[in-house]
Design a binder for this molecule. Structure first.
Ligand code: DDH
Length: 290
């Protein structure tokens, strides 16, 4: 059975907007992180990795229980580097002790996307901290060395369509890979902290060379110093994926709309929100200053 969402008692959109604002203000303040990329990309990655443990076959894993806070999940080799995002959120958790971990991790991703000028992400609260014994086993996050068949099969575990898969991976316009975290190195494009459809444009338009990096992993490198993971590159090696890459390269609005819908689904996998009201849509800091 799905997990029943239970909103933090008595809390309304005003309370969650305060949490959003605290995260957004800290994002602005600590802009020097990772050579001035800032914490936006890594907060987004945390929200995806806490959700990416989901398995629709037994409804285990996923964002509901906030189990990333337990050592077993935090120490998953796939989560290397995300400690920085968790540390970033620690003072927010102290300031708002009433919010569940699952809600905080997912709201962190929503805030990051919106503050990086991405689409508005309708978000619902109601995740409830689970016991440590519900922490999923390591190894549920994807392997970047694989090809298109693997990518399609991997995301099948969540019930995602080709369209949703390609849209979600478009998040790789943001941030970069770090040799010491993942064994890959470099950014996917020039706009590492403003959300764009550059990932798709670069996939189609750059001059890519397959090379072995210092960690011994093959990655695709371009003349401009951009990179693609093998799983990223597989999106132009499969004709169905490639059609979607072309669609999103040609139209950022269509990408933003499809990304929004797929990301909401990612964050809500395994949870029944029936008893709650409409999703919340938060104002950005810019909008509140107008
Ligand atoms: Fe990713 N990702 N990701 N990714 N990801 C990495 C970084 C970032 C894969 C592998 C890697 C998604 C899907 C996949 C972000 C968001 C999303 C890194 C580098 C690897 C490796 C980590 C490091 O070295 O620090 C693979 C494989 C997949 C796959 O789908 C097959 C999705 C769906 C998202 C999402 O947010 C919806 C972001 C953002 C980053 C940049 C983090 C940073 O620190 O910068």
């Amino acid at each position: 059975a799905l997990h029943a969402a239970q909103c933090e008692k008595g809390r309304t959109i005003e309370d969650f907007q305060k949490v959003y604002n605290a995260i957004a203000a800290k994002l602005r303040e600590e802009d020097e992180y990772d050579n001035y990329i800032g914490y936006g990309p890594i907060l987004l990655r945390l929200s995806w990795h806490v959700s990416g443990t989901y398995d629709k076959n037994d409804n285990s894993g996923g964002s509901f229980g906030g189990t990333y806070r337990f050592k077993k999940e935090a120490d998953d080799p796939s989560n290397m580097g995300l400690q920085n995002a968790a540390k970033f959120l620690e003072p927010i958790a102290k300031e708002f002790p009433w919010i569940s971990h699952g809600d905080l991790y997912t709201l962190g991703g929503v805030t990051a996307i919106q503050e990086m000028q991405g689409p508005k992400i309708p978000w619902r609260p109601g995740r409830v901290d689970a016991d440590e014994k519900e922490t999923p086993e390591n190894g549920r996050l994807p392997d970047a060395t694989q090809g298109s068949d693997y990518v399609r099969k991997y995301f099948g575990r969540f019930g995602f369509t080709d369209q949703e898969i390609v849209a979600l991976i478009g998040a790789h316009s943001l941030g970069k890979t770090h040799l010491k975290n993942s064994g890959f190195e470099g950014p996917w494009g020039a706009s590492t902290n403003v959300f764009t459809n550059d990932f798709f444009k670069n996939l189609l338009n750059e001059n890519w060379k397959k090379e072995k990096n210092e960690a011994g992993n093959e990655q695709y490198n371009s003349d401009k110093g951009y990179m693609m993971l093998p799983t990223d590159f597989s999106l132009i090696q499969d004709s169905k994926f490639k059609e979607l890459v072309e669609k999103y390269a040609n139209n950022q609005d269509v990408f933003f709309e499809d990304f929004k819908n797929a990301y909401v689904k990612l964050l809500e996998n395994g949870i029944n929100f029936d008893k709650l009201g409409k999703p919340m849509v938060f104002k950005t800091l810019d909008e509140q200053e107008e």
